[in-house]
Write a protein that binds this ligand. Sequence first.
Ligand SMILES: NC(=O)c1ccc[n+]([C@@H]2O[C@H](COP(=O)([O-])OP(=O)(O)OC[C@H]3O[C@@H](n4cnc5c(N)ncnc54)[C@H](OP(=O)(O)O)[C@@H]3O)[C@@H](O)[C@H]2O)c1
Length: 337
Amino acid sequence: MITNRHVVLKKPPSGMPRAADFEVLPCPMPAAPPPDGLLVRVIALSMDPYLGGRLRGRHMGEPAPAPGEQLPGFAVAEILESDSEKFKTGEFIVTETGWTRYAAIPATGARTVAQGSIPISAHLGVLGMPGLTAWAGVTQLAKVGPDDIFVVDAAAGAVGGTAGQIAKNLGARAIGIAGGGAKNTLVTTSYGFDACIDYRADGWQQKLKTATAPGPTVHFENVGETVLQTVFPMLQTYGRVVLCGLAEHYHSDGNPPLLPVGPIVGKRAAIYGLVVYDFYDRLHEWVTLATPWIESKKLVFHEDASDGLDSAPAQFERMLRGQHLGKAIVRVASEKP
Ligand SMILES: NC(=O)c1ccc[n+]([C@@H]2O[C@H](COP(=O)([O-])OP(=O)(O)OC[C@H]3O[C@@H](n4cnc5c(N)ncnc54)[C@H](OP(=O)(O)O)[C@@H]3O)[C@@H](O)[C@H]2O)c1
């Protein structure tokens, strides 16, 4: 007999959510899709930094789940039964299923993804929302080209790793900033950045200055004030800064991060705020560009996967602490039933 399980919020997190804030419980197996909706089997769950903020009611005005409610979140899933004209049984989709094994969900917002040479879970990372974020920031906002010196932090992650590789593929020099030796090795050896600086090591600011000489022309910010305040003085005149993520601030209740207003004027700098939702209708452009890059190894991605829905709370905490390498996911079931 098929049984269902899901992950619920046990208590509202204070500060950074922890595995102990969640509970994995049995739940009813949905019998059929809702009208115009889908009955799906979850294959892989996406672990994303924004979810930490969402659980505390701090993401784009979306309400936080109440204790006892299932966690929200995106997944790759297989359609077991469709009541929608747009989707067929047996197709794979990316959609918001929540943290569960089986779900009966609306078809709205789902998109089909094809099985092929690239693992289907890549549609949660490099070929999905994080990859689109990188593409939007690099090509649509900063408009990176061959003359650029491109810097990105959280460079081992799904967004940062993809952003640097796009910049390189467009002819720019790409320098990453990442925490720890394993991440730095991934960024230079596997992703092929020109250099990566470990910001946990002494003297990293001087190393960054040397690696980016005569100064970055583009900085892609994923982390927050600590790195931004270091890189900004190094930026060349008319430099561009993409403000993408603030990972170091999501769980702190201290003062919000500050921008160096005077130096922005002095540098004649352009600052771009990035919200990936603005680019969702252009996802096909990114997938069309990225797929041959991945197949020819011009774009490399790395997944940090845990196994089974029960591992989701611990994997989520690891991801929020930055202990993962690459794109964090949970493999809930195999693609083959
Ligand atoms: N604007 C948008 O529309 C949009 C869309 C998607 C993602 N984002 C943002 O883009 C950034 C990267 O996303 P991702 O999915 O690729 O995540 P990720 O890079 O895999 O994970 C976040 C990374 O932030 C770094 N970090 C530094 N200080 C931290 C702290 N105090 N707490 C936690 N992490 C810290 C860690 O890398 P190191 O150890 O290397 O420092 C960590 O691995 C995130 O800030 C995310 O929220 C924004």
